[in-house]
Write a protein that binds this ligand. Sequence first.
Ligand code: J2J
Length: 540
Amino acid sequence: MKIEFQRWPDDLASRYRERGYWIDEPLTRILAEQWRLRPEAPAIICGERRFTYAELDTLSSNLAAHLTAQGLGHGDTALVQLPNVAEFYIVFFALLKIGVAPVNALFSHRQLELTAYAKQIEPRLLIASRRHELFGDDGFAAELRRMVPGLALVLLHDEPSPEIGLDHRMRAAPDRRSPFAPTASDEVAFFQLSGGSTGTPKLIPRTHNDYDYSVRGSAEICGLTPQTRFLCALPAGHNFPLSSPGALGVFHAGGCVVLAPNPEPLTCFALIERHGVDMVALVPPAIMLWLQAAPAHRSALRSLKLVQVGGASFAGSIARQVPEVLGCKLQQVFGMAEGLVNYTRLDDADERVFSTQGRPISPDDEVKIVDEDGRPVAEGTPGMLATRGPYTFRGYYRSPEHNAQVFDAEGFYYSGDVVQRTPEGDLKVVGRVKDQINRGGEKVAAEEIENLILQHPDVTQAALVAMQDALLGEKSCAFIVSRNPELKAPALRRHLLALGVAEYKLPDRVRLIEAMPLTAVGKIDKKKLRDRLAQPSATF
Ligand code: J2J
């Protein structure tokens, strides 16, 4: 059984193979190669626990064997939600080994997101953590089982019992092992999460071939070696710390991933000092906190050579401070879970690194910058980014209507970013046309939250817009027309939390207004609402 998804057309697929981008190997080759080359080298450091490549391979094989014994295999999917722990990678490789495609939900996701993913992929396996509020008891897992009748197996991290404990399945090898078979390299390996701009969170099918190329290309651009020690402080499943070059890039190079629970500076500085970390990937607000905290801890950062920043706009004035205050190189990364990733290069002149978001990984990443009618803009002027290439997807999972809106006839994906190309060929992200709030790298789809707010009985109209914020870059403000003038922000917050949405998606501010400003065609005029934010007015 194969997972259906939108494939690349044959001519492009042949070109990507001929040029050596698609090597027709499963993603498990990353681990298999290191297991052969350096089995005893450290692959992961997680708190006091260390895992060699041999251990990473054995533990993932044990789990894979258990899952095979339960009848899981090709065509099956898994919903996985783990914090930043070594088990994240063990599970990821175990599932790849037996051709089960996971969705790696963020740890901050709650009922609403998990349910939306479960409904789309109909998982046969759920792997979650007792540490998460939803899985402290078995209520929500039972609810998921009711919702997805095919959900055959639930395994929990941080759960001692042998029946449902993940740890037990990793540690104990079953008696008999059948040989593992990943899915074919041009099939879906796993699903990445879209930042989203629509009502329901969307899933991105990623194949072995395309993802592996983005990992290899990224590792080369970033000069990774077996000596690399990468601090993973962003959510492990996010595309940036997973593949740009992220943990998979580090494994590909034979280096070591040091896990941090979050990017909090003092926690990270201690890990950097203790483990000789030389590279880290961060979002802009985290770097701002690091810049504030670093002067008092310079010696802890001695080993740090490269800080990557991405996920949201990063002011040039802050970028300039990084080399001096953190004592290392800066690299800007402009990527997306849908595919295309741009990097400033390690040997670029400082000014290029400070003021641009770099250029694509591949010579075959095709980037068009177009106006509203889809025509290329004059070189150097801002326009919408449209792209296709050897690791950019061709369609969201089971979303034909939305795909029709964000792809053109040639298969170019419109990311919703407004960019500009410099004469040197670097991209600068200068704006956005998608209806999304980028809250310091965490993406909030306006429509998703508006629909949830509208479920409140008092609310007749709702619009979520971005407001500027010194630390996060953007925060969200909900403008609301309510039948009840007494509706207060805390009540709305409770309403949203009760619906089960992740906390980072809650509006940071709520404003009650008499009526929505409308555009000429009668749509809510979000530009006018954003302008209003600049003016003082009653807020609650
Ligand atoms: C401005 N906006 C940026 C940047 C992403 C590497 C790095 C980041 C992501 C990521 C990723 C930006 N400056 N440097 O997947 O592999 C905004 C754009 C983009 C959206 C994608 C990776 N870097 N962005 O952030 O899927 O709007 O991926 O389209 O979460 O983040 O978000 P996401």
